[in-house]
Design a protein around this ligand. Structure first.
Ligand code: ASP
Length: 582
């Protein structure tokens, strides 16, 4: 027997009881006559007391323990004289009568505390120790709770969780596949799924009507803080639905999760066309926790002799309320910031509307006070506001303005992490032109249906076709995305054609899906949420690694297990794989 209680369980009501608990030694405090040990497990911390006078041997044994030793302690619960109000067990302690060392431990390479002294790389190497720390334990528990709520909610709404294969056919659309050689099928390869997309559509053809899966997906892409080569999706599909049905269902799921996990009531989700998201927020995932929408000054600012504006497609402005006081230094800093390659701006023009009604700008040589007042009126700026203006090509200037808007929002403290502002971005373009390969790519994926009004355009002007697709965006983060699918074989063939596939290529790669469309495919649509990101957001954080038990580092490595790694010659021979010597 190892325990009658956990380390997070004992309260003042338990005083006088004989108990047995097990856990890890967090702290040892030796006061000569008395030794205190904080014993920790997943549920909390309980103080153990050893008294030199009543039990010298035991007390000495306790002093010899090291941090992270695993021990069990038996004794009586008593009231603490020096209470710790910060922890639920802080009113009691155990007067230990018996102590057993279950396992010793080396001194851990970093402290197992809320704030550790371990750097990222070291923590990753000893991930099993990092996971002992409270913040990580909370993250993993949060993840579990969310998964459970999702399963309950979707199951109650008649969704069935159905597993789809991990060894599938490689389909070079989308991101890069991870591929797996097949021993039994020489010179052939499986791919790991980037998502269960085609399988979930086939399940609709099979009549399963409402499917979901909390499922691992694999994409061989360059990594960032919010990306992992393997990540988890809440993947869903529904039959006999239109866009509105999907949005309503998953707005309800999202609302339920926020209520269940954070006790937050979300407002109704706004719906915003993609074109509006770009023109007003410079992003297809706008953070609408704050206003500061992009204003278009092109008509007013061009043809006044200022060549930067005259040469630009667009002149865009942001008004920062009450920020006319920004110093020269702050403005210079922002100008440098906007020129960073990741942002891609070429410069920044400012106008300060002083409280006395006068205006001063960095382009006073080219624009009269009347001009500046016209800008002010167009943008609804007020005395005391700062206006920042950027100019450039249609291709990138909206994203530059969008990035600047986010940066200003952060600097002005307008992006409260405890405030959640969800919206659906809808009506994305169906296709995106790629200059390098001189062909269209599907912006979402090739199975997304065009909006019915735009069907005819697919043959004549594919770039103009809008997709029946939607993204769920919360606080500037894309949490999920999906679409109404094509369920008609001919339309699907037309789509492949627009993507530059010959009929043969389409049949070779997607014949199974096209075939299924000939056997009574119902209208269907769905969505997938990035589960890791969703959990991180729920905790008000953005590094998804903190919410995955065993994540990869920035080079896609598991530094703990040291993967990927070389394999034996025998394994390679079995697979008939030859390495190219380097
Ligand atoms: N399979 C899509 C994705 O992974 C989501 C969807 O359309 O349901 O992005």
């Amino acid at each position: 027997m190892y325990r009658t209680h956990t380390c997070g369980e004992l309260r003042i009501q338990n005083v006088g009881q004989q108990v047995l608990i097990s856990g890890w030694v967090q702290h040892i405090r030796d006061f000569g006559g008395t030794t205190f040990i904080d014993l920790r497990d997943r549920y909390g911390i309980t103080q153990l007391v050893f008294d030199m006078e009543t039990n010298k041997d035991l007390c000495e044994a306790a002093r010899k323990l090291g941090r992270e030793f695993v021990v069990s302690a038996e004794g009586m619960v008593r009231e603490r004289s020096n209470k710790n109000k910060n922890i639920p067990t802080g009113e009691v302690e155990i007067e230990v009568k018996k102590l057993k060392v279950l396992n010793s431990a080396q001194t851990p390479p970093f402290t197992i505390e809320n704030e550790t002294d371990g750097g990222e790389e070291l923590r990753m190497k000893y991930r099993y120790l990092d996971l002992r720390r409270n913040p990580l334990q909370h993250n993993i528990i949060l993840r579990h709770r969310m998964a459970l709520e999702i399963r309950k909610f979707l199951s109650d709404a008649n969704f069935l969780e159905i597993e789809t294969p991990y060894l599938i056919r490689s389909t070079p659309e989308g991101a890069r596949d991870f591929i797996v050689p097949s021993r039994m099928n020489e010179n052939q390869f499986y791919a790991l799924p980037q998502s269960p997309q085609t399988y979930k559509q086939l399940l609709m053809v099979s009549g399963f009507d409402r499917y979901f899966q909390i499922v691992r997906c694999f994409r061989d892409e360059d990594l960032r803080a919010d990306r992992q080569p393997e990540f988890t999706q809440i993947d869903c599909e529904m039959s006999f639905v239109e866009r509105e049905d999907v949005l309503v269902n998953f707005e309800a799921l999202t609302g339920h999760l926020f209520k269940a996990v954070r006790n937050i009531d979300l407002p109704p989700f706004l719906r915003m066309p993609y074109s509006e998201a770009i023109s007003l927020y410079g992003s297809d995932k706008p953070d609408i926790r704050f206003g500061m929408q992009i204003q278009n000054l092109t008509d007013l600012a061009k043809n006044k002799g200022f060549v930067v504006f005259d040469n630009a497609d667009q002149v865009l402005a942001l008004v920062v309320e009450g920020a006319a006081e920004y110093t020269r230094k702050q403005l210079d800093e922002l100008t440098e910031w906007i020129k960073r390659p990741q942002i891609g701006g070429t410069g920044l023009i400012w106008v300060k509307f002083a409280v006395d009604g006068s205006a001063k700008s960095s382009v006073d040589k080219f624009f009269t006070p009347d001009d500046l007042n016209n800008w002010k009126a167009k943008c609804n700026a007020a005395d005391g506001d700062l206006m920042l203006v950027v100019a450039g090509s249609n291709k990138n200037i909206f994203s530059v303005a969008g990035e600047l808007r986010l940066e200003l929002g952060t600097r002005q403290g307008l992006r409260n992490p405890d405030h959640f502002a969800p919206l659906w971005v809808v009506d994305f373009p169906l296709l995106e032109w790629d200059d390098d390969s001189k062909r269209f790519f599907a912006m979402h994926h090739p199975f997304t249906s065009p909006i019915a009004d735009d069907f005819a355009l697919l043959a004549t002007d594919p770039g103009k076709v809008r997709a029946n697709a939607y993204d769920l965006v919360i606080n500037g983060v894309e949490i999920g995305g999906g679409s109404i699918r094509i369920h008609d074989r001919n339309l699907q063939m037309q789509m492949f054609k627009a993507l530059g596939f010959t009929d043969e290529e389409a049949s070779a790669q997607f014949g199974f899906l096209l075939g299924a469309f000939e056997y009574g495919a119902p209208p269907h649509g769905g969505i997938a949420f990035g589960f890791d990101r969703f959990v991180a957001m729920m905790a008000g954080q953005n590094n998804i690694r903190e919410f995955i038990a065993f994540p990869k580092n920035n080079s896609g490595r598991d530094v703990m297990a040291d993967a990927p790694s070389a394999v034996s010659q025998q394994q390679l021979d079995e697979l008939k794989v030859k390495l190219i010597p380097r």
